[in-house]
Design a protein around this ligand. Structure first.
Ligand code: 5GP
Length: 189
């Protein structure tokens, strides 16, 4: 890994608004490269192959695991999600900062192998807002929302394992807070 490049790992429960915070962070900081994950979940209307995710069958995903192509992977709500290893390592070797938006299980696995990455957990002000946001965005069925709310409880119980917890009250403030965490880490390299 290039000494100055940062591997940035961001997690947070479904409905916390991490997509919006990350979008703001990336639009203000075009030098940070988002990794594009592979998943077996069905695309939503807003999804674009190769942009939001690489959508693959379970068989294809399992082949990627067997071939060592994934840096980390996890099963979330019955679907597989994973980070392609080559793109991340090539970008880091080029001296670029790479951002992974991954679930807590994937992040906990990475913490063992990549202790030098910056681990950030985005938390809600309270748990009620999670359900409200999921219902409002109406991209999931009521059953899927319920499963995501249950997963959120477990994810929130692990937040103290992250080096940094950012509470998403106001999107711009949360993005600024993440940027200052990154700058601090960069200055300490
Ligand atoms: P969604 O279905 O809402 O796009 O994502 C569900 C969860 O999977 C989110 O917590 C998201 O951060 C996580 N996720 C997305 N890509 C990856 C990945 O490559 N690895 C892991 N471990 N989790 C991922």
């Amino acid at each position: 890994m290039n000494k100055k490049s940062l591997l940035i790992v961001i997690s947070g429960p479904s409905g916390v608004g991490k997509g919006t915070v990350i979008k703001k962070l990336l639009s203000d900081n075009p030098d940070i490269i988002p990794s594009i994950s592979v998943t077996t979940r069905k695309p939503r209307d807003i999804d674009v192959e190769g942009v939001t995710y690489f959508f693959r069958s379970r068989e294809q995903f399992k082949d990627m695991i067997d071939n060592g192509e994934l840096l980390e992977w996890a099963v979330y709500n019955g679907n597989y999600y994973g980070t392609p290893r080559k793109y991340v390592s090539d970008s880091l070797n080029d001296g670029k900062d790479v951002l992974l938006e991954i679930d807590v299980q994937g992040a906990l696995n990475l913490m063992e192998n990549y202790p030098s990455a910056v681990y950030i957990f985005i938390a809600p002000e309270n748990t009620q807002v999670l359900k409200e946001r999921l219902e409002k965005r109406s991209t999931e069925s009521p059953e899927e929302i319920q499963r995501r709310v249950e997963a959120a409880d477990w994810e929130l119980s692990k937040k103290d394992l992250y080096d940094n917890i950012v509470i998403n009250r106001v999107v711009d403030d949360a993005a600024d807070e993440i940027l200052s965490i990154l700058n601090k880490r960069r200055n300490s390299l």
